[in-house]
Design a protein around this ligand. Sequence first.
Ligand code: HEM
Length: 408
Amino acid sequence: MSETLPVPHGLPMDRDAGPFDPPRQITRLRETRPVSPMVFPDGHEGWLVTGYEAVRQLLADTRFSSRQDLGVLHIPYETPGMPAATEPAPQIPGMFVAMDPPDHTRLRRKLIGAFTVKRMKQLEEHIGEIAERQLDAMARLTPPVDLVKEFALPVPSLVICELLGVPYEDRETFQVNSAKFLVKEQSLEEKMAAWNALTTYLAELVTRKRAEPGDDILSDLARDDDLSIEELIGIAFLLLLAGHETTANMLALGAFALLERPEQLADLRAEPELMPDAVEELMRYLSVGDIFFRYATEDIELGGETIGKGSTVVVSLLAANRDPRRFADPDTLDVRRKARGHLSFGHGVHQCLGQQLARVEMRAGFDGLLRRFPTLELAVPAGEVRLRTDMNIYGVHELPVTWTETAR
Ligand code: HEM
């Protein structure tokens, strides 16, 4: 084993290389030791995986368990006062992102039909209309406005609410509470309070749907007697959280990145048919869902190292997606690149269930935004944009933008 770099203590998080780039320490580690030991702040040892091949191999290997972080309730070592788990965590009913096969398989199977490429293709036009309506509303405002509040957050929230059958008027409950799960330094008490508020709300909703099912995904699930009310709550929670925060941050951070690269923006405006490739490239380049945890259920060889049974393993999808061994000139955003093979939707059995939905939302969102606001620009210096370094899904807290004209 090479010892070229000191073992990191805690996860390097500082965006010292720029708002869109991995922390320098992470990049150095990937070059010298892509599967590296690390020490968590509570003193226990684990592993940090940053190389593309190693991350991909790890995500495809179910000996690396997802029963690590109690879903979203407890990110190991981050929640003050909670040490990382060294054995499989108890499962929360329905929270299949934090389960292993066969429990994971049983629940995921019930949802696959609702999120197929075909279903999402059928929804494309409707999602386009939702984005247009939101842009109409934004065009009526006097700039500067916050793009997160007026566009990036509402579009995916409206879409996931409609698909699941969650009243959009209730968005305060889920937007505010789900954001609390993503704050890194949130105490366990606060996370539990947010969890209780959300699950109380969702319990009432799914119980109503079981009694009187409508035409939406949660109603379809509620018709299935094989699923308990607790499982319905967990699934609803997971879909609602995963379904709006990630895409919202991609839309806002993606707009920021494009505004910072006028030549890329001009290419995309001139050739809208580049959009599908541009979306993949933005996904690769920004990797807003960066850090994921696994737990080794036995001794496993990875990238020339032996990861001992019981180890907590951290992967950085951002580091993997910027690996020069996989993508040429990886730190350049190139909307013409074919970025297929990026890991931003994960890989293996847990690969993002909503990826086709997210793609449709991003294509419609960026397409509408660039067309309707041909003179869109930042309303503050780039250095003043507040980055979400304090959150588990990266992005911007606000994106003040302005414009001089709008188009249809
Ligand atoms: C899983 C990213 C949008 C639902 C995942 C995973 C990633 C990811 C990396 C794998 C987690 C793991 O391996 O532990 C993203 C990104 C999105 C996005 C970057 C937006 C750009 C969505 C949307 C939905 C969704 C719109 C809506 C339903 C899920 C679910 C899982 C998941 C349910 C768990 C799958 C499983 O455990 O089998 N996502 N996601 N995601 N995502 Fe997404």
